[in-house]
Design a protein around this ligand. Structure first.
Ligand SMILES: Cc1cc2nc3c(=O)[nH]c(=O)nc-3n(C[C@H](O)[C@H](O)[C@H](O)COP(=O)(O)OP(=O)(O)OC[C@H]3O[C@@H](n4cnc5c(N)ncnc54)[C@H](O)[C@@H]3O)c2cc1C
Length: 460
């Protein structure tokens, strides 16, 4: 750090003040402190943010729980005789809470170990260099807004009777019947979780295909597989109101066509909004998009030069590893020697539905629009594992290839361990791998993943 910069920073209580100790905020704060900056972070709810407390981690633990039920059934084909399994929801919730508490402590230790001051409380902005945390004014040369997002339930009559993913993690009982509303990744993940745990599950979606934004085949294939596992999926279906049913504490959701569905729980997963309301950003002069997202440039700098923002609050790519990378980029550029800007192309992602969905690169439609001439390689098959289980579960694998350059533009799949498989292929795509190089790679036998390097016939 130059002497001039050090002097400028000394005018303020901190060099960096981060609002929100979630994925992006913690990473930026720790990294900046490691580069010699004096850093404080404010957190009003939980250390580790959405991912640790109400997102990735508890969701994946629930997803494991749901898979065990199915695995126990499948084990019979391998000779295991197991007494009828019984599932205890409260044990799952208690064990999940214990793990999250452990992670909260890990995060607290990471911050204190890095020398970051943690202020517990609600932070607002007073001006371009001042944050107020529960009445205490703190100045900083730079302020980083990393406040994440919050689920949105549409304002239909009876909306207050519905829950979001936030509450789903803390239900006192596992519902007997659930309606999950939405067609995105959180909706299909929770529908799979409830279904796997034994809840009678209906997925209600106003669109005609799950997983908008992904390769079109993935949503269609997933809907078929989820249906085979017992999830009822109702497309073109809109809930207009939620009332109490006449019996059993149940809810009655009225649909646009006048019919009704009954359930013990209605969970909305129809979107999330950036967490900027009441933060004082407009007062400080920060430009917000129509949906409340902080508008930032390529350096994550807002319209006010001392205020930066990363993660879900900028509404770019709502994933933990992206928030982490953005946070690190900001810290490195403010206090280090600067780093290359983030490449938002080819971000791999997995949906932990049952079965999993994994995807990296361009969908078939996007590739066609960008590259023109493409080849599509596709296979669908029953995996070896299920030859003895009697499950009719199928896997879908698909490569999208630029015909001219032979570069593989997209790798997509529906099937077990999609995340573990796609992560490795994401590296190949980053390196610009061609179909010829995929073909020259020896497969690992017998695996599902080997199919991605043995696809020879392009689809007609
Ligand atoms: C159900 C669900 C499942 C998900 N699953 C995955 C997954 O499998 N993989 C994946 O990559 N991503 C997943 N995500 C997305 C991931 O959780 C987010 O992208 C990530 O947490 C964003 O990090 P962030 O730092 O932007 O915000 P957050 O992690 O949300 O952190 C923001 C923090 O700011 C705090 N805060 C807000 N306002 C204030 C204030 N005024 N003062 C003080 N503190 C404040 C909040 O309490 C919170 O702790 C999931 C999300 C959900 C909801």
């Amino acid at each position: 750090m130059t002497a001039q910069r050090t002097k400028a920073m000394a005018q303020y209580d901190y060099d960096l003040f981060t609002i929100g100790a979630g994925s992006g905020g913690v990473r930026a704060s720790r990294y900046a402190a490691g580069l010699g900056a004096r850093v404080a972070v404010a957190e009003e709810r939980y250390l580790g943010g959405t991912c640790v407390n109400a997102g990735c981690i508890p969701k994946k633990l629930f997803s494991y729980a749901a898979h065990y039920g199915e695995d126990i059934g499948h084990a019979a084909g391998y000779g295991w005789r197991v007494a009828a399994p019984a599932f205890d929801w409260r044990t799952l919730v208690a064990n999940k809470d214990r793990e999250i508490e452990r992670l909260n402590t890990v995060y607290a230790n990471l911050l204190s170990g890095a020398g970051v001051a943690l202020l517990r409380g609600h932070a607002t902005l007073a001006d371009a260099h001042t944050v107020v945390v529960d009445g205490r004014r703190i100045s900083a040369r730079y302020i980083l807004v990393a406040t994440g997002g919050w689920p949105v339930v549409p304002p239909i009559p009876g909306a207050e009777r519905a829950i979001s993913s936030n509450e789903a993690f803390h239900l006192s009982e596992l519902p007997r019947r659930v309606l999950v509303v939405g067609g995105g990744y959180i909706a299909v993940e929770f529908a799979s979780i409830f279904n796997g745990l034994g809840t009678d599950t209906t997925l209600v979606y106003r669109g005609e295909r799950l997983l908008k934004g992904f390769d079109a085949e993935l949503g269609g294939f997933l809907a078929g597989e989820m249906g085979n596992k017992g999830v009822r999926i109702r497309f073109h279906c809109n809930i207009e109101g939620i009332a109490r049913a006449a019996h059993d504490n149940a809810l009655r959701a009225t649909l646009a066509d006048g019919s009704a569905l009954e359930a013990d729980c209605v969970m909305y997963a129809t979107g999330r909004a950036p967490n900027t309301r009441g933060l004082g950003l407009e007062r400080a002069g920060v430009t917000l998009a129509a949906n409340g997202a902080v508008v930032v440039d390529a350096m994550y700098q807002s319209s006010v030069s001392s205020i930066y923002a990363v993660g879900d609050v900028i509404d770019r790519v709502l994933l933990t590893p992206v928030a982490l990378a953005e946070g690190m980029f900001v810290a490195e550029n403010l206090f280090g020697s600067g780093g290359p800007s983030l490449d938002y192309e080819g971000i791999p992602t997995t949906i932990f539905s049952n079965p999993n969905v994994g995807s990296v690169g361009l969908s078939e439609a996007m590739a066609r629009a960008r590259a023109g001439d493409i080849d599509v390689y596709r296979t669908s098959f029953g995996p070896l594992r299920h030859q003895l289980t009697g499950s009719g579960e199928k896997v879908l694998m698909k490569l999208v290839v630029d015909r001219k350059t032979e570069r593989v533009l997209g790798v997509h799949m529906v099937g077990p361990d999609a995340g573990e498989i796609i992560q490795g292929f994401a590296v190949a795509l980053k390196c610009g791998a061609t179909k010829r190089q995929f073909d020259a790679t020896i497969g690992i036998h017998p695996t599902i993943a080997e199919e991605l390097v043995t696809l020879r016939e392009a689809a007609a």
